[in-house]
Every structure is written in structure tokens, then in C-alpha cells.
Write a protein that binds this ligand. Structure first.
Ligand code: ADP
Length: 382
């Protein structure tokens, strides 16, 4: 929800700022003498081009003075005129009232094209000029919908262990004179509490991942280092399930990013590989470099010979709370959030996550990250 509020507030602040910038540049142009340096009109055009929303500057006779590329893509302008009658009406009203106004417009486009949902803000300037900035609300609505779905699912997921704990506590009270039953119920309460703790910490992690970019404070990290950290976190689980963990890591591969996040992503993949395989299975973690479209990447692959994932579930397993096998996920204490955390971390590092899987044969998850140059002393050592 807070993401939504931030998005709306920043869109409004953006609109007012953009209007202020355009206004100031226009004033500078009015004050500029022919000899004064700079080209304010050119500056305004450049400023409008860097704005992501559609932006147009309309003259006193409704003529388009300037329009950025986005406004043309959105169909706000046709040659030198405003192409949307409802928007033109608002421009005229605003010019007359001298006040900032806004409107939401749902506009049907050509056959087969989705409806355009414009959120437009109109700011009158001096001399009858008007500045218009408009976002396509469809994107905002999608974010709203996904945030609503997340809240519904998270509430449901949190209620399950909380309800179980309440029932178990009641059962414990009722079995006060049966020590064996009390011990059994206490064990179950502990398991449900652990489930609740895991859920809460993963929900917090997801919301943190959405708030901050790991590349803003990125460090150069050796791939073998964060993969080893991940392997260390999974050894106990592997031992308890008698799964063999093998690594085949190349030295001297580097990426830019956040060490903790990257080791969490790889650990989530390894833990799944262990959990969704039978006892005595084999899990292999490997790394290599690949070149795609002339860019160098590092691939970290986690392969198992476990239960595999059906083709129809392969896209959906990255969705929050989606589980292909509910019973098994519950048995292993899964939250359904592990892979969405991995894909969020991959995206935050300008990377991606790929899956190959065959039901009954096993799966390979590959985390692809842009490769970084090795530090100078590594190069010297070669
Ligand atoms: P969970 O906490 O349930 O493991 P994840 O987001 O980590 O949630 O994974 C989502 C679902 O994807 C799991 O419930 C499981 O059905 C499937 N899955 C993930 N990794 C594997 C794997 N290595 N092999 C088979 N199925 C997997």
C-alpha cells in the first residue's frame, strides 16, 4: 500500500516540478536578450523529453508548442493540435480559471488496442500557455491490483499458523493430565511458530527488496564467495536429508551487488533443490561466464535430480505464494515466497532467473548476473 502512496505522491510532485521547470525556463526566455547565452526553449524541449509521462506545452490558441515522445505514443497530440477533446476542454478551463487541475480519462483506441487510462494534470502558465503532463494509469492500476492480491494472500497465509497455534494451545490446556499429549502439542506449536517466523521474515525481506536498489551501494563480489556462503547455510539441511551437495565453481568471476542478497538467492535455490528431491539425491552448484548480445554475464546454476516441475507450473512458481505441490511445501515448511525473493534479487541486480525442468527428472535454476571486471590485483596475478 505504501508503495502505491509513494507512487501517487511522486507522480504529483513530478508534475508540479515539471510545470515549475517549464515555467521558469519560459520566464528566462521572456527575459533573455538576443545576446544572452543559452537557448531556453531548447532546454525546455530537452527537459520534456526526459520526462517519462506524456508532456505537452500548449499555446494561447490551443496550438501545440512542444510535445515529448511519450505524449505522441499515448496519442495526446495530432500534428499541431491536442488530439483528445476531453483534454482540450480541461486545458481551456484551466487557462480560464488559472488553476492546476487534474482528470482521469478512459479512452478507447483503435480496434484490438487496450483502453488508454490517462491521469492528466494541467497547469496554466503565463500568457495563455498551459502545460499538460499525463501518465497511463493502467500501470498504476496493475501495481494496485498486485498489492491487493499480496495483502489478501499474506493475510490468509498468516492466519493459518496463527489459527493452528490457538487450537493447539486449547488442546494443550485440555490435556493437562496427559504429559505425552502435552509434549506432542508443544512440538506442533513450535513447528507452527517457526512457520510464522519464516513467513514474517520473508514478507519483510520482500518489502525491503522492493524499496532499495542493491546497485546503489554495490560492491565487487567474487561469485565463489557468495555461493560458498549459501552452501554453508544449506549443509545442515542437506545432511539431514542425506543429499549430496557438490560444487563446481570457477575462480576469478566477479559481479557487482549485495553479498547478503546474492547468497540468500542462491541459498533459496539450493534449499529448494534439497527439499524437492528424494533422500540421497544429488544437488550440484556451478558457475561459468556466458556472452549474450556482446555483454558478459555470470551464470550460477543449481541442478537437482528431484521431482521436477510440470510445464504448466513453470511460469507460475515465481509468483508470490504459489506452490506446485502444496502438501510437500507444507511438509518442508515452505512459505511459497522463496522463488519470488530470488527473482526480486535477480531483477535488483539487473539479472534474471531461468528454469529448466522435467517432471520426474529434476530441475536446473540458473541465476544470470552481469559480470564485473576482476580487481586490478587479480589481473596482475594472471
Ligand atoms: P516454497 O517455500 O513453497 O518452496 P518457493 O517460492 O521457493 O516456495 O517455490 C515455489 C514452488 O516451486 C514450490 O512450492 C515447489 O512446488 C516448486 N519448486 C521450487 N523449487 C523446486 C525444485 N528444485 N524442484 C521442484 N519443485 C520446485
Amino acid at each position: 500500500m505504501s508503495e502505491l502512496i509513494v507512487a501517487v505522491v511522486s507522480a504529483l510532485v513530478g508534475a508540479v516540478l515539471a510545470a515549475a521547470i517549464v515555467y521558469m525556463a519560459l520566464r528566462r526566455r521572456a527575459e533573455a536578450t538576443p545576446e544572452s547565452p543559452g537557448h531556453p526553449a531548447e532546454d525546455v524541449r530537452l527537459l520534456m523529453d526526459v520526462l517519462r509521462p506524456g508532456a505537452i506545452l500548449v499555446g494561447p490558441h490551443d496550438e501545440i508548442l512542444l510535445a515529448n515522445g511519450a505524449s505522441e505514443t499515448m496519442g495526446m497530440v495530432r500534428r499541431t493540435r491536442v488530439a483528445i477533446p476531453a483534454l482540450l476542454e480541461l486545458i481551456r478551463e484551466s487557462r480560464q480559471d488559472g488553476e492546476l487541475s487534474s482528470v482521469n480519462l478512459d479512452l478507447k483506441r483503435g480496434r484490438g488496442k487496450p483502453t488508454l487510462q490517462l491521469a492528466a494534470r494541467v497547469q496554466p502558465l503565463s500568457d495563455g500557455r498551459v502545460f499538460v503532463v499525463a501518465d497511463d494509469r493502467a500501470q498504476l492500476l496493475r501495481a494496485q491490483e498486485s498489492s491487493r492480491d499480496f495483502m489478501t494472500n499474506a493475510t490468509h497465509e498468516l492466519k493459518t499458523p496463527v489459527g493452528a497455534i490457538a487450537l493447539l494451545a486449547e488442546a494443550t490446556e485440555g490435556a493437562a493430565d496427559d504429559p505425552e499429549a502435552v509434549t506432542r502439542f508443544a512440538g506442533k506449536i513450535r513447528a507452527e511458530t517457526q512457520r510464522l517466523t519464516d513467513l514474517v521474515s520473508q514478507i519483510i525481506m520482500l518489502s525491503r527488496l522492493q524499496g532499495e536498489s542493491p546497485l546503489a551501494s554495490a560492491q565487487r563480489i567474487e561469485v565463489a564467495e557468495f555461493v560458498s556462503l549459501a552452501l554453508d547455510r544449506c549443509r545442515q539441511l542437506a545432511e539431514s536429508r542425506k543429499v549430496s551437495l557438490t560444487q563446481s565453481l570457477r575462480d576469478g568471476l566477479y559481479v557487482l551487488g549485495d553479498r547478503d542478497q546474492l547468497s540468500t538467492a542462491v541459498a533459496n535455490l539450493i534449499m529448494n533443490a534439497i527439499s524437492y528431491s528424494d533422500e540421497r539425491a544429488r544437488v550440484v552448484v556451478s558457475s561459468r561466464t556466458v556472452v549474450e548480445d556482446e555483454q558478459r554475464f555470470v551464470d550460477v546454476a543449481v541442478s537437482d535430480n528431484g521431482i521436477g516441475i510440470a510445464a504448466e507450473d513453470q511460469q507460475r512458481i515465481f509468483e508470490r505464494f504459489f506452490r506446485a505441490d502444496h502438501a510437500r511445501s507444507r511438509e518442508t515448511g515452505g512459505t511459497g515466497l522463496g522463488l519470488s525473493i530470488v527473482s526480486e534479487i535477480a531483477e535488483g541486480h539487473d539479472g534474471s532467473i531461468h528454469l529448466w525442468s522435467k517432471l520426474g527428472s529434476g530441475s536446473t535454476f540458473t541465476l544470470r548476473l552481469p559480470a564485473a571486471e576482476p580487481p586490478d590485483d587479480d589481473l596482475e596475478g594472471e
